[in-house]
Write a protein that binds this ligand. Structure first.
Ligand code: PPE
Length: 305
């Protein structure tokens, strides 16, 4: 990864190379942390964070689900995020806030440990490659099932959830694919290892509901609103894998992945085997919006300066 200068840790700026934790940090042993991923984009008015307040709300909700009290007010963290971007002189970057049970006591009860918070920013280009963004990625339906609400709440963005994603990602990569798509325990499509999923069927956009095990993604939410404004009909419903195989188009959405087309699933070409026309329209609109080039969506941009 590309280093920057400073990482915000519990209210102080620490040199990147010194931003360390104790090896007996509770979260390292038991996955007891919640985190967020946001992006800051360059706009004509300066660097702006896309949907900052929504991501922060999800951050606090993830903590609430796991009975973790983040020891800062939301406004304080918003300020800290902006400061971290400014201190590191970033114009465009990825933003990673994390709240974790720190060092103190071992054992499953986390409550005897401090809750630490850190914010790092760094330049993060395309998540699934430049070519992936342009022409699409090849996906594998995972043999691993997406965690469900009876085991680990999928709507909380907790680090522990990502062991499920990591297994799926590893399997896909080992099998020569770019990305994994996970089904839920009922056999319906949930999402990618770190992205939501959409398909296009007869001009209609379909995406699984959160009850299918999809994270409440803000890129997903933005695409839903953009589709409405572009008069593209949208349906949120359970999706079968064979509907994905026979879709006209498909794409993944996420802060890191942005809007990445899917060109193949398990050896079946999706549509033309490249980016589809509706995906292209939405992708172009998305990049206009995050860079502040559509005044209607400035409400989603929080200026850093
Ligand atoms: N599902 C999962 C499982 C997920 O991790 C993400 C984001 C999404 C959906 C999309 O959510 P949103 O970013 O609000 O549109 N994944 C983050 C972590 C990626 C990583 O590799 O780390 C991200 O994109 O920031």
């Amino acid at each position: 990864m590309e280093k920057t200068e400073k990482i915000w840790m519990d209210g102080k700026f620490i040199d990147w190379d010194e931003a360390k934790v104790h090896v007996l940090t509770h979260a390292l042993h038991y996955g007891t942390a919640v985190f967020e991923g946001m992006r800051c984009y360059e706009t004509d008015d300066g660097p702006a964070i896309f949907r900052l307040w929504d991501h922060l709300t999800r951050f606090y909700n993830s903590a609430k689900i796991h009975m973790m009290r983040i020891p800062y007010e939301m406004e304080e963290l918003a300020r800290a995020i902006k400061e971290t971007i400014k201190v590191n002189r970033m114009r465009e970057c990825y933003i990673r806030p994390i709240a974790y049970y720190g060092y103190g006591e071992m054992g499953l009860n986390p409550k005897r440990n401090p809750i630490n918070v850190a914010i790092a920013v760094w330049p993060w280009g395309t998540y699934l490659g430049e070519e992936g963004l342009r022409k699409g990625v090849r996906c594998k339906i995972s043999s691993w099932i997406r965690i469900d609400t009876r085991m680990l709440p999928p709507l909380a963005k907790a680090t522990a959830n990502y062991l499920n994603s990591v297994l799926a990602k590893l399997e896909a990569i080992e099998c020569g694919y770019d990305e994994a798509i996970l089904l839920n325990s009922n056999g319906y499509i949930a999402e990618g290892s770190g992205e939501n999923i959409f398909i296009v069927k007869d001009g209609t956009l379909l995406t699984p509901p959160t009850s299918s095990g999809a994270l409440h993604g803000y890129t997903r939410d933005s695409i839903k609103e953009l589709a409405k404004d572009l008069s593209i009909s949208l349906l949120e419903r359970e999706i079968l894998r064979e509907e994905l195989f026979t879709a006209d188009e498909a794409f993944l959405t996420g802060t890191a992945a942005e809007v990445t087309p899917i060109r193949e699933v398990d050896g079946r070409a999706i549509g033309s085997g490249s980016i589809g026309p509706i995906t292209k329209r939405l992708q172009e609109k998305f990049f206009q919006v995050v860079r502040g080039r559509d005044p209607r969506y400035k409400k989603w941009l929080e200026l850093v300066l």
